[in-house]
Design a protein around this ligand. Structure first.
Ligand code: FCA
Length: 332
């Protein structure tokens, strides 16, 4: 039977209208973005969340914040995000070796993906350069820690013979290794003796993990008079400072410089200076708001973000931290 031309016309119009309304529904569907972090108890990650929320408020989308402390939690979070109508997520993974699995799961759930802070590793152990990432210039920031420590040693007139470096390491995480390698590299480039540099490997990347690691090192090296301390972040150096204190070291006999600048504020506020001299302040604002903003434009406007962005750090000490934290929007 031949269709009446009028009926055919109506059908085509109807079809076009349906397609148009489907397309506009996709364009106007509320944007929901997951933000998964490995250590939700760390102030660094709480601030990333805070700045992600701020960007969401300004641009009009929702951030779904999830603490994903192990691989299983990451996978079930991805399922939940998809079920809740999210279109993408930002993640600092609890283990970079899960990278390929997380990327595959995101793809099958139809979710866009950006990694933050810790870059995914592929099956070959190399960074997954095809996954969009925003991280820190870890080697350079570590080198700035090393340079600061060396300058503080000179300022205090500590002798090379009496002074040693305690590097609190977490080498299974590439960004952590780059930071401590950077610090050690700058110290040796400045003339610090390699055989006075000791690593204290953390079993867990938190304050207790650093405390335990440094306690072992201090037991092994009882004759060192002055310690210079570096680590992957503030928690690593804070754990070391606490271990040093338990052996009688204080601000006049040891000096530590952290990284993050967000997890040492209480320490810097203490009335009496401790061995925690300062920290390389990173930008939780950029890591939190830039990642979700990139994701938002990717979802909404099809605008693909840069594959690899890196942020820098600035030294904060007891002298300037209040002012700098204020300037950076971290403290009132
Ligand atoms: C890693 C560390 C965090 C922070 C971040 C930029 O994820 O665990 O403390 O330094 O990189």
């Amino acid at each position: 039977m031949k269709s009446h031309p009028f009926r055919l016309g109506c059908l085509i119009t109807l079809g076009l209208l349906t397609l148009a309304s489907l397309a506009s529904a996709a364009a106007t569907a509320p944007v929901k973005i997951g933000f998964l972090v490995k250590q939700p108890e760390e102030p660094w990650f709480q601030l990333e969340w805070k700045f992600a929320d701020q960007a969401a408020k300004e641009l009009g989308f929702t951030v779904i914040k999830i603490g994903a402390t192990d691989g299983e939690k990451v996978l079930s979070a991805i399922d939940n995000l998809a079920a809740n109508g999210a279109q993408g997520f930002v993640i600092c993974t609890p283990d970079t070796r899960l990278g390929a699995g997380i990327a595959a799961k995101a793809k099958s759930a139809g979710l866009k993906l950006i990694s933050v802070d810790d870059q995914f590793l592929g099956a070959n152990g190399q960074p997954m350069a095809a996954i969009h990432h925003l991280g820190i210039s870890a080697g350079k920031i570590g080198a700035d820690v090393g340079t600061t420590l060396f300058a503080e040693m000179k300022k205090r007139n500590w002798t090379a013979a009496d002074t040693a470096v305690c590097a609190v390491t977490f080498e299974e995480l590439a960004t952590a290794k780059e930071r401590t390698d950077g610090a050690i590299g700058a110290l040796t480039a400045a003339g610090f003796a390699k055989d006075h540099i000791f690593k204290a490997p953390q079993r867990t990347s938190d304050i207790p993990g650093a405390f335990d690691a440094v306690n072992i090192l201090l037991t092994q090296k009882p004759t060192v008079k002055h310690w210079l301390v570096c680590g992957m972040n503030d928690s690593a150096v804070l754990g070391a400072v606490r271990a040093l204190e338990s052996r009688g070291f204080a601000a006049d006999s040891s000096v530590g410089v952290g990284i993050n600048g967000t997890d040492c504020i209480v320490e810097l506020e203490k009335a009496k200076p401790t061995s925690f001299y300062g920290s390389m302040l990173l930008s939780p604002k950029r890591h939190g708001s830039e990642t979700v903003t990139m994701m938002y434009h990717w979802i909404k406007d099809g605008q693909e973000p840069a594959l690899d962005s890196r942020t820098t750090g600035i030294l904060i000490t007891r002298e300037n931290f209040r002012q700098v934290l204020k300037e950076q929007g971290i403290r009132e």
